[in-house]
Design a binder for this molecule. Structure first.
Ligand code: HEM
Length: 459
C-alpha cells in the first residue's frame, strides 16, 4: 500500500464526516500514562505500537500525543502541510541552538531558507566536495594504527564535522576549528538529550562538572560560529559555498537577513550535519566488526572497482555492495529514531480526526524494523537493497532522511561521504571490538553505540 492508496479512503471518510478517533494504546498506567514505558525502553515501546493500530493515542502524564505506526501514514504525515515542525523536541532544540535556523522555521520563512541552502546540497554540487570527502576518509585510515584501540565516538565525530565544515564553510581556518567544533558538539548533544528527557531546569544550573562542561561547550560552539562568520567577512572572499549563500541571503522583503539568522543558520546546519553522520559512522563500524564477511565483500568490491588505487568519489557510484551496506546499517540503526510534528489546525490523517495543536510522533526505527515490511526484519542483509528485492519494500518503509518539505537537504551529501568512508576503511582493515567496548544502543537525540572501541586489523 502507498500513501496514494491511503488518501482516497481518507478523503471519502472526511466527505461523509466519519472521521474516527485513534484507539488508546494499551499498557498505560494511572498518572504517568505511557510515559514510563517511553522513558524505560523507548525503542521497544515505539516498535510495539503498530500492534495497537496504524494510529494510536498515547498518554504522557496529563498530555495526549498521537503516534503513527505504518509506513503509509508516516509518509502521509510528512507530506501533509497541515503538520508543522513544533512540539517539545523542537522547543528544546530552539532554546539551545537558536530560533532562527532552517530546522525549526515554518511557513514562508522556512521555504525561503531552504531556497538559500538547497543549492549547496543538490546532486550536481556533490562532486565538488568529492576530493575533501576522499581526503578525510583516507586521513582516518592513516591515523588509525593496526592493533591500537580506536575510540569510535571521537573519531566519527571528528570526520563528520571536518567534512561538513570543510565542504560547506570552506576555508583553511576550518582545519583547526573543525577539531574544536567536534569536541563542543559531542558535549552539547549529550547535555541536550539529558535536558530533554529530564526537564528539571534548576538541576542544570547547579555548578556540577557535567553542567559546567555543557555550558562551556555550548558557549564555545556559538563563539566559533561567530568567529567563522567574522573571518569570512573580513577576508573579503566569496567562494561558491553555503556560507557565501547565507551571507548574501535576502529575507521576504528583499532585505539582507539579520546577524542572528546567519548565526542560527550555520548552527542549524552544522549540528544535525555532524551528530547524524557521526552516529551512522559508529554503527557502520559496529556492523563491519560484527559481520567481517561484509567488510571482506566491501574490500573485494573496492579492489575490483579501483584496480587497487585509493578509492575516490568517482568510484562511489559503482560500489553497489558498499552502498547497500550503508543503507542496511541505516535501516537497522537509524541515527534519527524519533520525529514529531504538530497539527496547525483541526485536520485529519488516515481517516482519523486530529485536533489543532495535537503533537504527533513516529519512529523511523520502528518503521524500518517492522516485520510487516521486511522479511527477516532483524537480519543484517544488505542484499535486500538489490533492485529486484528492493522493489518489494513498501513505500516510506525506508525514509531515513524523511520526505516532503522537511526532508533532509543532505541526503546525497551524506550518502556520498558514508559510502566513501566505508570503502576507504574496508580497503585497508577489518575490525574487532576490544575489551571495554560496549556496542549496546545508547538512546539520545540520535541512536549510537554506548562506547564503541575497535582495533583495526590489516587484511
Ligand atoms: C533534516 C536525517 C545528515 C542537515 C533532517 C531530517 C532527517 C534527517 C530525518 C528531517 C527531520 C524531520 O522530518 O523532522 C539525516 C540523516 C543524516 C543527515 C540520517 C546522515 C546520516 C545531515 C547533514 C546535514 C543535515 C550532513 C548538513 C550538513 C539537515 C537540516 C535539516 C535536516 C538543515 C532540516 C531541514 C528542514 O527542516 O528543512 N535530517 N540527516 N543533515 N538535516 Fe539531516
Amino acid at each position: 500500500m502507498t500513501v496514494e492508496s491511503v488518501k482516497p479512503a481518507t478523503a471519502e471518510a472526511s466527505a461523509h464526516g466519519e472521521l474516527r478517533e485513534p484507539p488508546l494504546a494499551g499498557g498505560g498506567v494511572p498518572v504517568l500514562g505511557h510515559g514510563w514505558r517511553l522513558v524505560r525502553d523507548p525503542l521497544a515501546f515505539m516498535s510495539r505500537l503498530r500492534a495497537h493500530g496504524d494510529m494510536v493515542r498515547l498518554r504522557l502524564g496529563p498530555k495526549e500525543v498521537y503516534a503513527v505506526t505504518t509506513p503509509e501514514l508516516t509518509g502521509a504525515l510528512a507530506l501533509n502541510p497541515d503538520f508543522i515542525i513544533a512540539g517539545p523536541l523542537w522547543e528544546s532544540l530552539e532554546g539551545l541552538l537558536g530560533k532562527e535556523g532552517v530546522a525549526t522555521a515554518n511557513g514562508p520563512r522556512h521555504r525561503r531558507q531552504r531556497r538559500t541552502i538547497q543549492p549547496a546540497f543538490n546532486l550536481s554540487a556533490i562532486p565538488e566536495y568529492g576530493p575533501v570527502m576522499a581526503e578525510e576518509a583516507h586521513a582516518l585510515t592513516e591515523r588509525w594504527r593496526p592493533g591500537a584501540t580506536v575510540d569510535c565516538t571521537a573519531e566519527s565525530f571528528r570526520v563528520a564535522v571536518r567534512i561538513a565544515a570543510r565542504c560547506l564553510l570552506r576555508g583553511e581556518y576550518m582545519d583547526e576549528r573543525a577539531e574544536r567544533l567536534s569536541v563542543d558538539l559531542a558535549s552539547v548533544f549529550r547535555g541536550m538529550y539529558r535536558r530533554m528527557v529530564i526537564p528539571l531546569g534548576p538541576l542544570y544550573r547547579l555548578p556540577l562538572p557535567a553542567n559546567r562542561e555543557f555550558n562551556r561547550a555550548l558557549a564555545d560552539l556559538h563563539l566559533l560560529v561567530d568567529e567563522i562568520v567574522a573571518e569570512r567577512r573580513s577576508s573579503g572572499q566569496k567562494p561558491d559555498d553555503l556560507l557565501t549563500a547565507l551571507l548574501a541571503a535576502k529575507d521576504e522583503n528583499d532585505e539582507p537577513i539579520g546577524e542572528q539568522e546567519i548565526h542560527d543558520q550555520v548552527v542549524a546546519i552544522l549540528t544535525p550535519g555532524s551528530e547524524t553522520v557521526a552516529s551512522t559512522i559508529m554503527w557502520l563500524l559496529q556492523v563491519l566488526a560484527e559481520h567481517p564477511e561484509h567488510a571482506e565483500k566491501v574490500r573485494t568490491e573496492v579492489e575490483s572497482v579501483t584496480g587497487g588505487q585509493p578509492v575516490g568519489f568517482d568510484h562511489v557510484r559503482r560500489l553497489t555492495h558498499t552502498n547497500n551496506v550503508v543503507v542496511e546499517a541505516m535501516r537497522l540503526r537509524p541515527a534519527v529514531w524519533i520525529l514529531t510534528r504538530r497539527a496547525k489546525a483541526d485536520t485529519e490523517l488516515g481517516g482519523y480526526r486530529i485536533p489543532a495543536g495535537a503533537d504527533i510522533v513516529y519512529s523511523p526505527y520502528a518503521v524500518q524494523r517492522d516485520p510487516d515490511s521486511y522479511p527477516g526484519h532483524l537480519d543484517f542483509d544488505p542484499d535486500r537493497w538489490l533492485p529486484e528485492r528492493a522493489r518489494d519494500v513498501p513505500k516510506y518503509a525506508m525514509s531515513p532522511f524523511s520526505v516532503g518539505n522537511r526532508k533532509c537537504p543532505s541526503d546525497h551529501f551524506s550518502m556520498a561521504q558514508l559510502s566513501l568512508i566505508t570503502a576507504a576503511l574496508c580497503a585497508r582493515y577489518r575490525f574487532e571490538q576490544v575489551a571495554g567496548s560496549n556496542d549496546t544502543t545508547r538512546v539520545g537525540i540520535t541512536l549510537r553505540p554506548h562506547r564503541l572501541l575497535l582495533t583495526p586489523v590489516p587484511w
